[in-house]
Design a protein around this ligand. Sequence first.
Ligand code: NAP
Ligand code: F7E
Length: 321
Amino acid sequence: MPKSTLITGCTGQDGSFLAELLLLKGYTVYGLVRRLSSPNVTNIEQVRDRIHLLDGDMTDQSSILTAVKESKPDEIYNLAAQSFVATSFRQPVLTADVDGLGVIRLLEAAKELVPDARIYQASTSELFGLVKETPQNEHTPFHPRSPYGVAKLFAFWACANYREAYGMHVSNGILFNHESERRGLEFLTRKVTHGVARIAKGKWDHIELGNMEAKRDWGYAPEYVEAMWRMLQQPKPDDYVIATGESHSVREFVELAFREVGIEDWETYVRTDPKHIRPAEVYTLCGDSSKAKRILGWQAKTKMPQLVKIMVKADLERVGA
Ligand code: NAP
Ligand code: F7E
């Protein structure tokens, strides 16, 4: 019998890579998708006919129960979220509902219907926020800096609580920023590589950014979904930091992306606009994933300069001549 898995957020960056990985591993893959007037299936186009798509929404308990009942999953990957930090300041209630309460809804459904299922929760380096030490590991205290971070903190502890209270196999992956050619256009890396490609092809004359000094630990998404899977193959549930261990500024990312298309005087093409500055910023992040290396045998291979190359190349191809 092939194992069954339910992925929430399967149309997103990570969900689409994870669906591909689990199909390769022989799983029967179910994906929870919310109804949209124009379906957002670009990321899963190539595997759409091999995934069983189930209607549902993280704000709707009954649809989550139905999806769990229909998929009878051995493994659940909860990737669905309002994942854009900037939007969480404008839509804090929605973010709390989807990213926070949504996790309780899913845990409750699993507790009732598939208590032995193994569950992955998409936790985040945004929990560390105003960092207390560098690099950050599984023992670093949390200090979230956005409604997104706060909602994810609630979810993190909800998972730990269901593990302790009901003995459920629930693991938190504390993933640092990971990007790819499938990243949403609003996120910094993709906004930059998409903009650079358009500037290189003469279609745009500038891009507008916010805080150029913020630092992130940026890795490559396909490698990070492998870590999610490895967490659920462990006999015991646990929490793991997943990161590259390198921290780079927005400025460095922008400079490298322009250099990739042969532009050295990049500052000519970049304007800063205060509308992209957040009410509270996470200034710097750098993860220590030595626990994941030790227990999961996982290590990041692609570092930021290589990531820039991959993303710029993909965007140049997309923009075309
Ligand atoms: P993403 O591309 O924004 O994907 C989010 C997914 O959630 C999409 O499939 C989206 O569906 C779905 N979704 C949003 N609201 C929903 C709702 N109310 N009900 C059901 N589905 C809903 O995010 P990602 O980068 O793949 O990240 C995956 C997860 O990891 C998220 O939980 C994110 O918060 C977390 N995370 C990401 C990173 C990172 O650097 N990428 C780091 C740490 C943690 P639509 O297609 O309909 O919008
Ligand atoms: O911002 C700065 C911005 O929006 C990165 C999500 O996947 O990773 C992601 O959250 C940095 C921030 O990602 C612009 O202020 C400057 O310091 O790409 P981002 P994020 O906020 O780090 C974590 C781990 C998640 O969990 C989240 O789901 O870049 N920045 N100028 C800008 N950012 C954006 N988006 N746009 C700008 O113009």
